[in-house]
Ligand binder design. Structure first.
Ligand SMILES: *[C@@H]1O[C@H](CO)[C@@H](O)[C@H](O)[C@H]1NC(C)=O
Ligand SMILES: *[C@@H]1O[C@H](CO)[C@@H](O)[C@H](O)[C@H]1NC(C)=O
Ligand SMILES: *[C@@H]1O[C@H](CO)[C@@H](O)[C@H](O)[C@H]1NC(C)=O
Length: 185
């Protein structure tokens, strides 16, 4: 009899533990899906302007290359680069690319890109997409994943294609076209 009571008590305790763990999350009813029912695809084209030298640099190397290799392996650069509507650097700014790129390849210049495109115009103002990917800069086209977003781009996923439009190693200025294909709601 005592044994039976103990077993019942133990089962009540286990049940209570499971029930309280269940308070952590819940499956939301379909009626709460609201605006998250129909996915759409947005294409954005922006030009990314990176300047590491000069009087007004938009990016700064915060970790020098570890080895004196031409791949820059180990270098980390922090950026707050303007994103514009067109190639010339004086064209309309529509956002900032904020984040960093790190030389992650030993045999070539291959960056790990970790950045948010923070848009500042029109209906995109305040919205962001997050790009995390591999950027082998000497390749003609580099594809990188869009891993998320905020604002208009909540629940975003997709990819970007990066193409270098110009690179001036002496001035330390690179202009790269980013075509962004974003699935979101
Ligand atoms: C890298 O090269 C510079 C000059 O070219 C030299 O002063 C420095 O010691 C080198 N560093 C390493 C880690 O070899
Ligand atoms: C941008 O600069 C070019 C010359 O470099 C000039 O011809 C053009 O008018 C400028 N555009 C704007 C919008 O300021
Ligand atoms: C973007 O949003 C910010 C903050 O709400 C606001 O200050 C700014 O004027 C907006 N810019 C444009 C171009 O709408």
């Amino acid at each position: 009899m005592t044994k039976l009571i103990l077993i019942v008590a133990a089962q009540i305790l286990i049940f209570a533990a499971v029930a309280s763990a269940g308070d952590l999350g819940r499956t939301m009813n379909g009626k709460h899906l609201g605006p998250y029912k129909k996915e759409k695809l947005t294409h954005l084209r922006v030009y990314w302007h990176d300047s590491v030298n000069g009087r007004n640099p938009s990016s700064v190397m915060i970790q020098q290359p570890v080895l004196n290799s031409s791949s820059l392996f180990g270098a980390i650069t922090m950026m707050d680069d303007p994103l514009t509507l067109d190639v010339p650097s004086n064209s309309t700014v529509v956002g900032q690319a904020q984040g960093m790129y790190a030389a992650a390849a030993q045999g070539e210049i291959g960056f790990l890109m970790v950045m948010n495109f923070a848009f500042t115009t029109g209906k995109y103002n305040g919205s962001t997409i997050t790009i995390l990917g591999r950027n082998v800069v000497m390749s003609k086209v580099r594809e990188m994943p869009v891993v998320g977003g905020s604002g208009i781009f909540r629940f975003a996923r997709g990819y970007v294609e990066a193409r270098t439009k110009s690179f001036d190693p002496k001035a330390g200025v690179a202009i790269v076209e980013y075509n962004c294909y974003i699935l979101h709601y």
